[in-house]
Design a protein around this ligand. Structure first.
Ligand SMILES: [Zn+2]
Length: 416
C-alpha cells in the first residue's frame, strides 16, 4: 500500500498541464496596497506565460466578490455518462465553494451553477478530439470548446459567468493514477466566443484523483480549486521533478492528499489580504512583526522583502487550521518568489529549516521532506549575500492561550 501511494505521489506532482495562453482584456484583480508596498510589487521583465508578479496581469477571472462558475458535465458516444450527471457535480461541490470561502476569509463568494443539469453530449467521440496529456489548445480543445458552446448555447447565456468548469465523465480517458489530463486554459483571448465573449478561462477535469487510500470522498475535489487557481492567474508550483520546490504548502504545488491552503503570496495576489496585513520591508534596519496564522482571518499575514524588481522573500505563519489540515510542525514559512520564472519551472522555492530530515509526516501524497520546513522560535533564516536575517523571536499566545494558534509569532527582520 505504501509503495502504491508513493508512486501515486509522483504522478500527482507532475500531473497537471501548464495552462494555455498569455493575457489581454477583461477586468484586473483588485489588489489591496499602499505606496509603501511599491518595492514589493515585483514583476518579471520577460514575457512569460504565467507569472507570480504582482499585480496579476489582466485577462484572468476576478477572484474577489461573487464569482459565477458555469459548470457543465459532458460526455461522449464512446464514453457515455454513467448515472446522474449531478453526481459528478457533487464530487466537487459544495466542497470547492467552501474551500474558496475558507481560504479567502469570505472574500470570494464562488457560485457554481448548472443550467444544464444532465450530461451534455459532445457531437464527436472522445477519441476524435485527440485529447491527451500535453495537448495544446489547438486543434483538439478549440474543437471541444466550440462544440460544447454550440450544444449549451440554447440554454446558457455565457455572458453571465466569470469562468467555466467542464467536468468530463470520469470514464473518458485514462485513470488519473496513470495520467492526469486535467488542465486549464486561462487568460486565453483567442478562445472561441460564446454570446459574444471568448471562453477565456476554462478548467477541464478528468477521471478521479483517487489514490486508493480511502480519502477520495474528502479530498478528491481538490483538483478543481487547483485548476481554478489558474483561471485566477496563479502558476503551477510543482516542477518536472514533482512537488519538491514548495511541498504541500500550496494547492498549486500539490492537490492530491490531505487538504492544504494557498501561500500568503497567492492570497495577496488574489486580493484576499488588506494592505495593512502585508508588510513590505525594503529599507535597511531591523523591524519586528507579529504574524497571525495564515488560515485564520485577521491580523498580519505576510512580510515581504524585495531583493530586486523581480524577486523577493515572503514570510508567513502556518498552523494546522482552516484548509491546512496536515501541518505537523507549525511555524514561520519562508520562501523566495521569482516573478520571472514561468509556471511549472519553479517560480517559488520554500526554504527548509531542517534539510534532509525526512520531514514530520507520512501522510499519503504529502511531500514529506518539506513538511517540517517552518522555522520555530529561536531559529533564524540567514542569507548573508543579501544581508538578510529573519529570526523567529517568540510566540504571543494571545487571549485564548491555545498553543500559539490564537496568538501570533513575533518575527524580527534585519536588512543590511
Ligand atoms: Zn496546474
Amino acid at each position: 500500500m505504501t509503495a502504491l501511494i508513493f508512486s501515486v505521489s509522483t504522478s500527482a506532482g507532475t500531473g497537471h498541464l501548464a495552462p494555455g495562453a498569455t493575457t489581454a482584456g477583461a477586468g484586473p484583480i483588485s489588489l489591496s496596497r499602499t505606496s509603501s508596498h511599491g518595492p514589493c510589487l515585483i514583476r518579471g521583465a520577460r514575457e512569460i506565460q504565467m507569472s507570480e508578479g504582482i499585480p496579476t496581469s489582466d485577462g484572468y477571472s476576478r477572484s474577489t466578490g461573487t464569482v459565477r462558475a458555469l459548470t457543465l458535465m459532458i460526455d461522449f458516444s464512446d464514453a457515455p455518462g454513467d448515472g446522474d450527471a449531478l453526481d459528478r457535480f457533487r464530487e466537487f461541490f459544495p466542497q470547492t465553494r467552501e474551500w474558496f470561502r475558507t481560504s479567502s476569509y469570505g472574500r470570494l463568494d464562488y457560485r457554481p451553477e448548472t443550467p444544464i443539469p444532465g450530461w451534455l453530449r459532445m457531437p464527436k467521440s472522445f477519441r476524435a478530439y485527440g485529447i491527451e496529456r500535453g495537448a495544446p489548445f489547438d486543434p483538439g480543445y478549440r474543437a471541444l470548446v466550440q462544440d460544447l458552446v454550440a450544444a449549451a448555447d440554447p440554454k446558457v447565456d455565457f455572458r453571465a459567468y466569470d469562468l467555466v468548469n467542464v467536468l468530463v465523465t470520469p470514464n473518458a480517458g485514462p485513470s488519473a493514477l496513470d495520467t492526469v489530463l486535467s488542465v486549464t486554459f486561462a487568460g486565453n483571448p483567442e478562445a472561441p466566443t460564446a454570446d459574444g465573449t471568448p471562453v477565456a478561462n476554462a478548467s477541464f477535469v478528468y477521471s478521479r484523483q483517487d489514490d486508493g487510500s480511502g480519502s477520495y470522498d474528502r479530498n478528491g475535489y481538490r483538483v478543481l480549486p487547483h485548476e481554478n487557481g489558474h483561471v485566477f492567474g496563479l502558476p503551477d508550483l510543482y516542477t518536472a521533478e514533482g512537488g519538491g520546490a514548495v511541498g504541500h504548502w500550496d494547492i498549486m504545488s500539490e492537490d492530491w492528499g490531505a487538504n492544504n491552503d494557498f501561500l500568503g503570496w497567492h492570497k495577496w495576489k488574489l486580493g484576499w489580504l488588506d494592505a495593512a496585513q502585508v508588510h513590505c520591508v525594503a529599507t535597511p534596519g531591523t523591524t519586528e512583526h507579529t504574524l497571525t496564522p495564515l488560515a485564520r482571518a485577521g491580523g498580519s499575514k505576510l512580510v515581504v522583502l524585495p531583493l530586486d524588481s523581480k524577486t523577493g522573500y515572503a514570510v508567513e505563519l502556518r498552523t494546522r487550521a482552516g484548509n491546512d489540515e496536515t501541518v505537523c510542525r507549525p511555524g514561520v514559512l519562508i520562501y523566495k518568489v521569482d516573478a520571472e520564472v514561468d509556471t511549472g519551472m519553479g517560480p517559488i522555492t520554500v526554504y527548509d529549516s531542517r534539510r534532509d530530515s525526512g520531514g514530520c509526516t507520512r501522510a499519503p501524497n504529502v511531500h514529506a521532506e518539506l513538511s517540517d520546513a517552518p522555522f520555530t522560535p529561536g531559529e533564524t533564516f540567514r542569507d548573508p549575500r543579501k544581508g538578510v536575517e529573519i529570526e523567529v523571536a517568540g510566540v504571543d499566545l494571545g487571549g485564548g492561550g491555545g498553543g500559539g494558534s490564537e496568538g501570533g509569532y513575533r518575527v524580527r527582520v534585519t536588512r543590511g
